[in-house]
Design a binder for this molecule. Structure first.
Ligand SMILES: C[S@@+](CC[C@H](N)C(=O)[O-])C[C@H]1O[C@@H](n2cnc3c(N)ncnc32)[C@H](O)[C@@H]1O
Length: 263
């Protein structure tokens, strides 16, 4: 193990943040990431558009929550900075806390996202939600409604790590009127894409656990679903700011999403 991998950074092992960066056309990735991504893209070329549709959903979700009066956002599994980051979509003055467990994401995020006193970037692991919640650097007041975003991150949590418990821990900390925004790769997508994606990520630093629609809906246990419920990305209240990548074939977006409200 060289010095870089001993600090949790190994350019020779593809990881979630850099693969996603590559699908989105970013430059923060290495040859090993590109080679792994291309293996999936050969079988599932729709993955690039799926990543764009996921970012578009994130933007619509933040606008929706803002319209409901939410002024604080906790974005767990932030990813490498790209277009339409939460603090760029949220209303001026909103509090935004970005959390990721990838040290490289944190370096980039601190440089590009934490440019003002309303934004913080914090190291944290979704598999240990209690630690995230008690981190004072977030600057989130959990006595007031908050929007928690788990966008394209829970599929990196294995069944043995109990994602239901993780979401329940977050839910219990949320004040009534808070929202959970979730998107998740699904095993209900096209079989060849599911098989190849799972296989390639199995050999990465970020193994993938795709879940069925029922399992994903179950993650919203204890929340009241906002319409239209758990749907394919392009089906969640599309608006005219979106590029329509999947006309008539929303299932090609590979990812299901939804927003729940804590009552
Ligand atoms: C596919 S990217 C999604 C980025 C962004 N949320 C989006 O949807 O555009 C997944 C991100 O989740 C992060 N991640 C994966 N497992 C995590 C964990 N257990 N705790 C915190 N972050 C995690 C990765 O480092 C990566 O930055």
């Amino acid at each position: 193990m060289d010095q870089r991998s001993s600090r949790g950074f190994d350019p020779n092992k593809p990881n979630a943040a850099r693969l996603y960066d590559y699908y989105l056309g970013g430059k923060d990735n290495f040859p090993a990431d590109r080679a792994a991504a291309e293996k999936i893209l050969r079988v599932a070329p729709e993955l690039r558009a799926a990543a764009r549709a996921n970012r578009a959903f994130l933007g619509r979700a933040v606008r929706h929550l803002s319209g409901q009066g939410i002024t604080q956002f906790l974005d767990i599994g932030t990813g490498l900075p790209t277009q339409g980051n939460v603090h760029e979509v949220a209303p001026p003055g909103a509090r935004v806390a970005y959390v990721d467990n990838d040290p490289v994401v944190l370096v980039h995020a601190r440089a590009l996202l934490a440019l003002d006193s309303d934004t913080s970037v914090v190291q944290g692991d979704l598999r240990r939600p209690e630690e995230i919640l008690k981190n004072g650097e977030l600057g989130i007041d959990f006595d007031r409604p908050v929007g928690i975003l788990l966008v394209a991150v829970l599929h990196f949590v294995a069944r043995s790590e109990d994602p239901g418990r993780i979401v329940a821990t977050l839910r219990d900390a949320m004040a009534p009127g808070s929202f959970l925004v979730l998107s998740h790769g699904t095993s209900d997508a096209r079989a060849a894409a599911v098989t190849k994606g799972t296989e390639v990520y199995q050999n990465s630093a970020s193994p993938l656990t795709l879940r069925s629609r029922d399992e994903i809906a179950g993650l919203f246990d204890g929340f009241a679903m906002e319409e239209p419920g758990v749907v394919w990305l392009p089906q969640w209240r599309p608006d005219d700011t979106d590029m329509i990548d999947f006309p008539g074939q929303p299932e090609k977006s590979l990812i299901l999403c939804g927003i729940g409200r804590k009552t």
